[in-house]
Design a protein around this ligand. Structure first.
Ligand code: FAD
Length: 437
């Protein structure tokens, strides 16, 4: 039987969201809460979107939107202080860019985890399931988290910051695992294929991740012949008007949260092209030049297929057969390939971990307050907070770095405001108006 221990606050996942939270706990809460807070991470290090940590990829938000600066510009946990600590500040300034390489942001996140003085981070701890703990009256008093090594951790507060689940369209779900790679797994998986085989590679999707894989696979499998297949009319840059970019400000969350459902829908619809379906301009330029040169040299190794749905996929022994349906004509064709790379993004609905927790709470819908606290029916003295999965209620920036410094303090302040009740006063389950989402 596994071991059991209790902490006051358990945070699942040492991604940027929970690292920002750990900083906020150290800076805003007392020693007692900070020293009784634990962050668990399934991997053996901190890494930012490790499957796509490509050497040349740059962050799409300003370095000033780090884990803390928008909340506390004087914090020792800033990206600028990291650069100073590792002797990189002068070079970074000299680069003259607001958009660091994802690699250096990832190293900054690991530096933050190593620099925490009170909140502990433990690696190789994978959360399997979470269930509520209740007192004799049925009130939720906290959470029991079961780890995959069989041990359990009890906590009054739980903060889930475990990212989103990869989206694998049903057409690809039955293909053998060695034939399909989702972008979230790209780097570790692609390194397992022999470099000298002339793989026929199908890259599915028309947004940034698909484009990055289409580019990277030319280097990672030098003999391969990649074909990129997308539904849209062609690759386009993401929209980056300074006006609409203000909707990524932390201060935009209040407006979004209190907006009417139809207004939220309009905002998310219009903002889609600013985040999800477009490419960074440099990537677009690079890909166009690659295709141009490919034609110019007569190599004809690269191909981009637009306005096309993959309507079926099957394993045909030595290869995969994709059924392609042309959206313009309805004509059906097939593409035979060896490997499918999925740039299909992430599941829109709540991650499986959160859905299963909601199930064990008997919730008919998953909804959070303005301060990210899961709404639970009946009296509660424990609380669970959800990070990075509340785009529908908190706006387009919810899954990005843009808001997480401020969001971390929203959560910590919510905990501090209710913590002294010691269970005597049930925490109000509903602190803000509910809107359908
Ligand atoms: C390729 C790519 C590029 C991106 N680029 C940008 C960008 O430039 N700017 C931007 O603002 N956003 C970007 N994003 C959005 C990204 O979601 C956020 O930047 C950020 O990573 C979200 O942080 P998070 O902590 O919520 O989740 P994540 O970064 O996904 O971190 C979750 C952590 O939880 C761990 N974990 C998961 N499940 C468990 C478990 N069961 N038990 C224990 N640990 C677990 C994971 O290993 C991971 O370390 C990008 C996303 C992708 C996929």
């Amino acid at each position: 039987m596994g071991t059991h221990r209790d902490v006051e606050l358990l945070a699942i996942g040492a991604g940027p969201a929970n690292l920002a939270l750990a900083i906020a706990i150290e800076e805003l809460a007392g020693d007692d809460l900070a020293r009784d807070s634990l962050v668990i991470e399934q991997a053996d290090t901190v890494s930012w979107q490790r499957g796509m940590l490509l050497p040349e990829a740059q962050s799409q938000v300003s370095f000033l939107k780090d884990l803390v600066t928008l909340r506390n510009p004087r914090s020792r946990f800033s990206f600028v202080n990291y650069l100073h600590s590792v002797g990189q500040l002068s070079e970074f300034i000299n680069m003259g860019s607001f958009w660091p390489y994802r690699l250096e942001i990832s190293k900054y996140f690991q530096w933050v985890a190593n620099s925490l003085a009170k909140v502990r981070v433990e690696y190789r701890r994978r959360c399997g399931t979470v269930e509520p703990r209740r007192d004799a009256n049925g009130a939720v008093t906290g959470w029991l988290t079961r780890l995959s090594d069989g041990s359990t951790i009890g906590s009054r507060y739980l903060v889930v910051g475990a990212g989103r689940d990869p989206f694998v369209p049903t057409e690809f779900a039955t293909l053998p695992a060695h034939r399909v790679v989702h972008s979230s797994d790209y780097l570790p998986r692609i390194s397992q294929y022999p470099k000298d085989v002339p793989y026929r590679v199908a890259v599915i999707g028309g947004a940034q991740s698909a484009a990055e894989m289409f580019d990277a696979v030319q280097r990672d499998l030098p003999g391969c012949r990649p074909t990129m297949i997308m539904r849209s009319i062609g690759l386009k840059t993401y929209e980056n008007s300074r006006f609409t970019n203000e909707l990524y400000f932390p201060s935009a969350v209040d407006d979004f949260f209190t907006a009417r459902p139809e207004a939220r829908e309009q905002i998310l619809r219009e903002m889609h092209i600013t985040n999800y379906s477009g490419l960074a301009p440099e990537m677009l330029e690079k890909l166009y030049r690659q295709l141009y040169l490919d034609r110019l040299t007569g190599e004809h190794r690269l191909r981009i297929v637009t306005m096309t749905d993959v309507t079926a996929a099957c394993d045909d022994g030595d290869e995969v057969v994709l059924e392609l349906t042309d959206r313009r004509t309805g004509a059906v064709d097939e593409l035979r390939c060896d490997l499918v790379l999925l740039g299909t993004g992430f599941v829109r609905q709540m991650p499986a971990l959160v859905r299963s927790l909601a199930n064990s709470l008997g919730l008919s819908r998953i909804d959070v307050t303005r301060n990210y606290r899961l709404r639970v029916d009946g009296p509660v003295t424990g609380a669970c907070y959800l990070q990075g999965v509340n785009e529908a209620t908190h706006g387009i920036a919810d899954s990005l770095l843009s808001v997480l410094a401020v969001r971390a303090s929203d959560i910590v302040e919510d905990i501090l405001a209710n913590r002294d009740t010691d269970g005597a006063e049930p925490m109000a389950a509903h602190l803000a108006p509910v809107h359908a989402s």
